[in-house]
Design a protein around this ligand. Structure first.
Ligand SMILES: [Zn+2]
Length: 453
């Protein structure tokens, strides 16, 4: 099967109407609550220290102390230490304000404003102010503008100081504060609704479905009583929740199977999900190279060719789709051929390791810059549906070859993606164990909280 895409939200939302009543009745007996058990906000090194049940103070992120030292964290401190220094002004942008208007209101001349914004390319950001933005400006005893601070985004800010000769610009980038959260629910209707009641966002539910999509068909396979558990990150800035981070570990108890997944970030920063022993959860190939497409003809070795009107083996799958529909590489690999191939028209062949290759034909055009020898990633767009070569209408002709012979792409056994490498294994196993312990503690805390009156 394929990993869910945008359409997945629709099927996750979908559930039989009769389940509405059942769901209401079950709501009373199934408790789906989000256990908030803050842990050390660490993003890379995972803490394994013992986890106590959260106290009410711990539950409020507003009480967390934030270690970031971005200039906007401590405006009062800046003023306090400025008794012998410049005089700071916080200028809030109102509708219709410009930087000149703001700075002129504290006595800065137009020519000084001009000198500021032309001193450095990065200071151009000051000319694109939005209503509600705050520009901090400092004047010296002579009323000269000597420093400016401006927040570009949640995490980025800019400061500039005049050293008497010129403006020195510094960019500051801070990190999110990450809090680890845990949610658990037993499915009574759909994954989507149960997840929502457990306090999970759409984003988290989609992450969860994507992680296990290779093993579970979330549209058809979900059973009442299936249970999921997730440990994930929430992102904070200045004590305010601003979003959901990654799922760190997930468990799915599904029809008697206990599936687990944990996130592992490689040295290159790329994260992927593996089981506790380091096996990949995803397969080396996705089943379908076209999204939202309708299969118009199946693998059929004895079909009469519509144009040549001869009996020709049809050695692939045809996916009818509008001209221009993106075609994606079904696995990581190296482009072996890009060009025109007789009846195939515009064709791409990708080699995946020693045994496997895939072929995509009748393209209207190739993805920009695609060339032979190039590495492509699974899911990467390599071209667009068309009807070049011998084709009666726009469609993709897709072939899957194992050791040089054709296999039915719809039924061929797809190999698993590569698991953890032997060099990474020791670090991986240590992390897997730490995450498992941490999650177990959250789970026990959750069960304990649920059984309390
Ligand atoms: Zn075909």
């Amino acid at each position: 099967m394929e990993p869910p895409t945008q359409s997945a939200l629709q099927w996750l939302r979908h559930f039989p109407k009769g389940h509405v009543l059942a769901c209401a009745a079950l709501a009373a007996i199934v408790t789906l609550a989000l256990v908030l058990a803050p842990d050390d906000a660490t993003s890379t090194a995972m803490s394994t220290r013992a986890l106590a049940l959260p106290s009410p103070e711990q539950l409020s992120p507003a009480n967390d102390t934030l270690a970031d030292d971005a200039p906007f964290d401590t405006p009062t401190a800046a003023v306090a230490t400025a008794s012998f220094g410049p005089d700071w002004h916080d200028l809030t942008v109102q509708s219709g304000d410009t930087l000149s208007a703001l700075l002129q209101s504290i006595g800065v001349s137009i020519s000084d404003v001009h000198r500021l914004v032309t001193a450095d390319e990065r200071l151009k950001a000051l000319t694109r102010l939005r209503v509600g933005d705050v520009v901090r400006a400092a004047l010296n005893d002579d009323g000269q503008l000597v420093a400016v601070e401006y927040r570009l985004s949640q995490l980025k800010s800019l400061s500039a100081e005049h050293d008497g000769e010129q403006w020195e610009v510094t960019e500051h980038e801070r990190q999110y504060d990450r809090q680890i959260r845990y949610a658990e629910a037993t499915i009574t209707d759909s994954l989507f609704m149960s997840g929502h009641r457990a306090g999970m966002t759409d984003n988290l539910i989609m992450q969860f479905a994507n992680i296990f999509a290779w093993d579970v068909d979330f549209a058809l396979d979900i059973r009442e009583g299936d249970t999921f558990r997730v440990m994930f990150e929430e992102l904070y800035v200045d004590g305010e929740k601003v979003g959901t981070g990654n799922i760190l570990r997930a468990e799915f108890l599904h029809r008697g199977k206990h599936l687990t997944a944990l996130r592992y970030d490689a040295d290159n920063g790329q994260g992927r999900y593996l089981d506790d022993r380091g096996n990949a959860l995803r397969r080396a190939f996705i089943r379908t190279p076209v999204e939202f497409a309708r299969i118009s003809s199946r693998f059929n070795p004895g079909r009469r060719h519509p144009i040549l009107n001869t009996l020709r083996a049809h050695r692939g799958v045809d996916y009818a789709a509008p001209t221009g529909t993106p075609i994606r590489a079904t696995g990581d690999g190296r482009v072996e051929f890009v060009g025109s191939k007789n009846g195939y028209g515009n064709t791409v062949v990708i080699k995946h390791g020693q045994q496997y290759s895939t072929l995509y034909a009748h393209m209207s055009r190739f993805a920009g810059g695609l060339r032979s020898g190039q590495q492509v990633r699974q899911g990467q767009t390599i071209g667009y549906v068309g009807m070049t070569g011998l084709a009666t209408g726009p469609h993709l002709h897709y072939e899957f070859h194992v050791n040089g012979s054709h296999r039915d792409p719809l039924t061929v056994q797809l190999p698993m993606a590569q698991g953890i490498s032997s060099q990474e294994r020791p670090a991986f196993l240590a992390r897997a164990e730490a995450l498992k312990q941490q999650m177990d503690m959250h789970r026990h805390a959750f069960a304990f909280a649920r059984n309390e009156p």
